[in-house]
Structure formats: C-alpha cells, structure tokens
Design a protein around this ligand. Structure first.
Ligand code: AMP
Ligand code: ZN
Length: 711
C-alpha cells in the first residue's frame, strides 16, 4: 500500500511527491470549482488528497499552510484577529436612477476633461466582501472588509472555500485579489432545507448565510458549507500592474481566480446603460444573487486622477435594480406591428405611478404568455418595472376579475387582419407569434427604415419616428401657390409615400423631404429647407459606412450588431455574403445553422436582392471593412493588450506575428515598459525578455503563444 510506504520514503523523495500532489490537487480543484470541467472522479481526487495527508502526517515538517489538506478546516479559533488593509476597502456610491448614472458620467468626463470615457460594467454580487493576500504566490491572509481600514482575519475559513486558489502562478511578491464570497442560489436553498431538517432556523437570504458562515469560529463547519467566491479587483500589488479594469478581470481569471461570467467593456455611458438591462435579463446565468451592477472607469490611470471621497471612489458607481410592482386595470390590448411583421400585444392600462413614473402601457410579450397567465381585458393586473426595461404585465389578480371576461385570442382579437394594413395574418410556429404576411405593410416598412437609420446600423442623424412615418405613408400637406393672377392660394394635397424600402432613402430630394417634415412651418421655408438638406446630406454620407453597418441595417433575421461585424470582417463584402453557401457561412466564427439559414433565405428572396441592387446603383459601398481590430473578439486573450515581440519565432515572421496579434485587437509595441501587458519571446530573446521578467510581465513562449492564438 502506498500510504504505508510513505514513512519509509526519504525526506527528499517525500518532499518532491508532496509538492507534486499539492500542485495536482490544486489543478483539479480549479478544474472542478472554477472551470466546471473536471478531469478526474471525486474518488480519484480523494485518493490523492489522502495520500498527501498521510505524507504530511509522516513528515510533519512538510506541512504548509497552503496545502490542499487545509481545505477541510483546521482547529477552531478563539476569535478573529484584526487585519489592517494596506489599501482601504471602500464602499460604493449607489443609485436606482439611470439619470444619476448619466450625471456620474458627466462628472467623470468633466473632472478628466475628456469627451468620452470607457467603462467596465460588472454584476454587483450580493455577498460578503473579502480581500485575499498572496505572498510569493501563496495565500497568506484573507480578510473581511470590516470598517474598510481594518477587517477580520478569516484565513482559516477562506482556505476551505474550494474556488479560492491556495497558490497562484505569479512572480509578484505581493498580490491582493478582492471580491465577494457568496452562496450560490441552488446551494442556499439546499442549505436551508438541510437546516430545516435538523430543526435549525433557516437563513433569510444567501447574503446572511454567507456572512454567518464566514464568521464561524470552527473552520470545519465552514468547510461543510458550499461557499464560493468571485473576484473583481486588486488591493496591494508589488511586482504586478494593470492598465485597465478589463485587464484586472482578465488577469485575475488567468491566475485561476473565479471571475464574473458576464461583464462588458463599454464605449461611453450609452453602452453601459444598454448592458444594464441585458444583465438584468440574463442574471440567472450567473448562479448567484446580484443586487445591481457596478460601473467602473476602465483606465486605472484615471482612477488615480479622480480619487475618492471619504467613503467611496469617484471612478465607480453602483446601480441597483429596483424591481417595483403596482396594480392597475387592463383597459385594452392593442397590437403593434414590427419590422418583421410580428404582431406584439401591448397592454393599455389605467395610468398608474410606478418607480417614479406614470405607466399607461406595458408589454404583454406574446400570445402564449397571455394565455399562460390568463390575462383578460378588464382584469386588474400586476405590472413590474425592472431597471430601465419596458414595464411588463407579470400576473393578474384573480379575485378582482369582473364578470363576463373572455380568454384572450389574438387571431379573433385582430379579426384575422393586420391592424396596420388590413392584410392577412398567419401564425409563425417557431416564433410563437402572429405575423402580417404583407411585405408592403406600411408598419413593417416604417420599422425597417427606423432600424436601417438607427445608431447601431447606418447611423443617419436627423431621423425620428415622425419623419419616417411621413416618408413611408401618404401625407396630407397644405401648399401655397401664387400664380400672380389670383394672389396666393392655399391648397390641400395628398402626397404619396416616397419610401417603400431602404434604398429609396438615397433618392430623396430636399424639396420632397421639406414638404413632408412633421409640424412643418409653411412660411419658414428657408429654415425647413435647411433641415431637409441636412437630412439628405446625412443620408448621402452613410453611403460610405463600414460594411457591418449595412449588413446590420438590412435587418436579416437573427443577425444582430455583433454578428454583422463578424460577417463583415470575415467575408469582406456584401457580394461575398450574398454568394456565401452554407459551408462558407458555417466556417465563420459564431455562425450556426440558424444564422446560416436565415442569411441564405434573406438573400434568396428576390425582393431583398432587388433592394440590394438598388443600394448598389445608389452608390452605397459594399466593401468597407476596417482592418485593424474591428472584428476582434473582446473576449480574446490579446484583445486590448499591449504586446511586445522579441526573439525569433519558428512558425512566424515578425510581420506575421504582428498581423495575428493586431487581428485579435492587440497593440504591438516596440519596447518593454511598465504598461506592457504581454511579452512573446521566441528563441534567443535578449534584453527585452530580461526586462519583462524584472517587471513581472507575463511572458509567452512560442508554444503558449500558438495556444493563445488558437483559443
Ligand atoms: P455597498 O455595500 O452597497 O456600499 O456596495 C459596495 C460593495 O459592493 C463593495 O464593498 C463590494 O463588497 C460589493 N461589490 C459587489 N460586486 C462588486 C463589484 N463587481 N465591484 C465592486 N464592488 C462590488
Ligand atoms: Zn400589415
């Protein structure tokens, strides 16, 4: 038996074996708890752990505080010793208002004297904050926040948390990682169920359960609780440096720390606000409770410039989700027709106050949802507003249902006809939706034009809903004629719609636009003409847009902005996209069978092809692709990093390596400095490599470089 032989092993052999086992156990631990892809069975893991325990018992001089054997929990503590934080752990200013987020952005920009600031948006984890101090790579101290200056030493307890690495692969003498300890949603429910069985009181919420567990004096009890951690910041660093918050998150992940699954680098506050809603919708993917988001200025140099108040930093802000509900009466259900022809049911409500605004309309999602919740006209309903998401009807109050209501049936409700054009409607089995079948439906045309000119598509300035409506439908206008004989005469005329598809926009003349301008002031012709001319100029300018904008603007089903960028980058022109067969499309990153089919169907349609040809005739460019990093994935290892190449690579010339890096969004720079983030070292690398080592910059050898490129 191996364990029996252990005492006989020479100390040197035992030491080597113990080191091997520690590294191996930590690797498997990480695969299991952080990466969620275990390579060995639990039994195999336990066998390795037992072997290490036996070795440490036989050779007590080999036991170390960062050994995985410590994860089961050491002896009970008498109390927690205080720990002074080298860098204070601050609180955050917070708000429930998007308006105040914009004010925060305005303050930041003003203080920095810049026009736009990049931010990182992260989940605000509802746990207990912790600071993990690694000295020479080993976990030395874990501390709670306490009053921000001094916290409690909870190292023995933190060691039992499996997702916290006991060692990290860094040369930095001091590396403090900060984040939250939490209990996952499912684990919290299971823990409470167990406590109920044992006749113990249940915890009010995961946060309380986490705080209670961390403050246990017996680490063995803590070890039995399925606590987890997520890291998002650094404290004191010696021999390590980061340039941006995004680098911090990527760097932590690379060192083996668990980091948030969802976070975004955002250009400006508008992008932040978009993702605020996205995160609210997707927060279940995280597996733990969040109470909002945290917005942080991305560049750390700006952090130093902005500083902090006594309580909170000026470079970050928390936005908390306010899930507020109210009750009101559903007066009617109307149907809205979108650009794809889908009929969306909308609740017309008795106006009611909710989270600071008056709500008169709310979304009902689709017919299936209405049926599932059995929502009927006349019902008293519960509406909810989550963040900045459009308010939604979430339930009915059955006790308040009046007599003689009817279950909702969309087809009957619409009389079988599109409310916008009177065309026939048909059920789309895949989308759980009813659609207007008429491609010439003015509501659909309007929707398509609005999408085409929108900011994330062709980005034509000066368009609003009203002018789009005026251009796509018949317009009644008063014109004044003065033939000199009878004096000025005012006449009402009906003008035909000018725009039936997106290509018609490029044929618009300032005169036509001027006539149709909403709320047009007939005797301010000069000012009106000026605006109309400006709009036409903006339309003309969009002919030179980058290809992804055009692809996105066409409104191909299932092709959003991100995919449009990828398709543009990888195919290079609209003609190539039109000609692409299923096989070619399948090779494009992120393109699956559904997208490939929708692209093929879209261009297989003669009407769509005719629109494309009209766009070509109008002079819209089909092939403008920015080569730099436009298509690089922000999740890639090299994205946004400053990389230095040194030495000779066997598989690449210097130029090829540079190209590969640039395509992935890296900035290739010539000299190694404090801001360098990665050094790629080929054979016979010289002083640059020495310098990188001295500065603690991660170095990739050719094999690792190849692996990272392939990721
Ligand atoms: P509050 O306790 O409301 O003042 O919020 C500040 C606390 O939010 C911080 O001290 C952290 O413990 C916690 N927090 C949770 N997630 C994050 C995050 N992604 N970034 C920064 N702080 C976070
Ligand atoms: Zn219609």
């Amino acid at each position: 038996m191996e364990a029996m032989e252990a005492p006989a092993k020479s100390t040197a052999a035992a030491k080597t074996r113990a080191e091997f086992l520690r590294a191996e156990l930590e690797r498997h631990n990480r695969l299991y708890y952080v990466d969620a892809r275990p390579e060995i069975s639990d039994r195999e893991f336990d066998r390795l752990l037992r072997e290490l325990q036996d070795l440490e018992t036989a050779h007590p001089e080999l036991a170390t505080p960062d050994s995985p054997t410590q994860r089961v929990g050491g002896a009970p503590l008498a109390g927690f010793r205080p720990v002074k934080h080298a860098v204070p752990m601050m609180s955050l200013d917070n708000t429930y208002s998007i308006e105040e987020m914009r004010e925060f952005d305005a303050r930041v920009r003003k203080a920095l004297g810049v026009e736009s600031v990049d931010y990182v948006l992260e989940p605000k984890v509802d746990g207990v904050s912790i600071s993990l101090r690694y000295e020479n790579g080993g976990l030395a101290v874990a501390a709670t926040r306490g009053d921000g200056k001094t916290g409690d030493n909870v190292t023995a307890n933190a060691r039992t948390i499996r997702s916290i690495p006991l060692r990290i692969p860094t040369d930095a003498p001091v590396f403090e990682a900060r984040g939250e300890v939490y209990l996952g949603t499912a684990d919290f429910i299971a823990l409470n169920a167990m406590r109920a069985q044992d006749g113990e009181p249940s915890f009010a919420n995961p946060r309380n359960a986490t705080a209670g567990s961390l403050k246990q004096l017996d680490p063995k009890v803590v070890a039995a609780r399925p606590l987890a951690a997520v890291l998002y910041a650094t404290g004191e660093l010696v021999g390590a440096e980061f340039e941006t918050q995004a680098d911090v998150l990527r760097g932590l992940k690379k060192l083996g720390f668990p980091t948030a699954k969802l976070w975004w680098e955002c250009r400006g506050i508008d992008e932040v606000i978009e993702h605020v809603d996205e995160l609210d919708i997707r927060k279940d993917e995280l597996g733990y409770d969040i109470d909002g988001v945290v917005v942080k200025v991305n560049r750390l140099a700006y952090w130093r410039q902005l500083g902090a108040t006594a309580k909170a930093p000026r470079f970050a802000m928390a936005y908390k989700y306010a899930h507020k509900q109210a009750q009101t009466v559903l007066k009617a259900i109307t149907l809205q027709v979108g650009r794809t022809g889908v009929l969306t049911p909308v609740a017309e409500l008795e106006p009611v106050e909710l989270a600071g605004s008056t709500i008169a309309r709310a979304t009902l999602h689709n017919e299936d949802e209405i049926k599932r919740k059995d929502i009927r006209v006349g019902d008293t309903v519960v509406i909810e507003k989550a963040g900045e998401v459009i308010p939604a009807v979430v339930a009915v109050v059955p006790e308040k249902r009046p007599a003689k209501t009817q279950p909702f049936d969309l087809f009957a409700h619409a009389g079988g006809r599109c409310p916008a054009c009177g065309g026939e409607i048909a059920r789309d089995p895949e989308a759980a939706a009813w659609r207007c079948e008429n491609l010439g439906c003015p509501a659909q045309i309007r929707g398509r034009i609005e999408h085409f000119v929108s900011r994330k598509a062709m980005d034509v300035e000066g368009f609003g809903e009203a002018i789009v409506a005026a251009l796509t439908s018949e317009t009644k206008v008063a014109t004044t004629t003065d033939d000199g004989l009878f004096g000025a005469q005012t006449e009402e005329r009906i003008l035909p719609p000018l725009v039936r598809d997106v290509a018609d926009l490029y044929a618009l003349k300032p005169d036509d636009v001027e006539l149709r301008r909403p709320n047009r002031v007939a005797d301010a012709k000069k000012a009106e003409m000026k605006l109309a001319t400006k709009l036409c100029a903006a339309i003309a300018a969009s002919k030179n847009n980058e290809l992804w904008r055009l692809i996105h603007g066409l409104g191909i089903p299932n092709v959003g902005e991100g995919l449009a960028r990828t398709l543009a980058q990888e195919l290079g022109s609209l003609d190539a996209l039109m000609a692409a067969d299923a096989e070619t499309l399948a090779k494009v990153r992120d393109v699956g069978a559904i997208v490939a089919q929708s692209v093929r169907e879209f261009f297989g349609n003669a009407r769509n092809r005719a629109v494309v040809e009209k766009l070509r005739k109008a002079g819209v460019r089909f092939d403008r692709v920015e080569t730099a990093a436009a298509g690089a994935s922000p999740d890639g290892y090299f994205f946004g990093k400053r990389v230095v190449l040194t030495g000779t690579l066997a598989n690449f010339t210097r130029e090829q390596a540079q190209d590969e890096l640039r395509q992935r969004g890296a900035a290739v720079v010539g000299t190694v400095g404090k801001t360098t983030q990665v050094v790629v070292a080929g054979a016979e690398a010289g002083s640059k490599l020495d310098k990188a080592r001295a500065l603690g910059i991660p170095v990739l050898e050719e094999a690792e470089f190849l692996a990272k490129l392939a990721e």
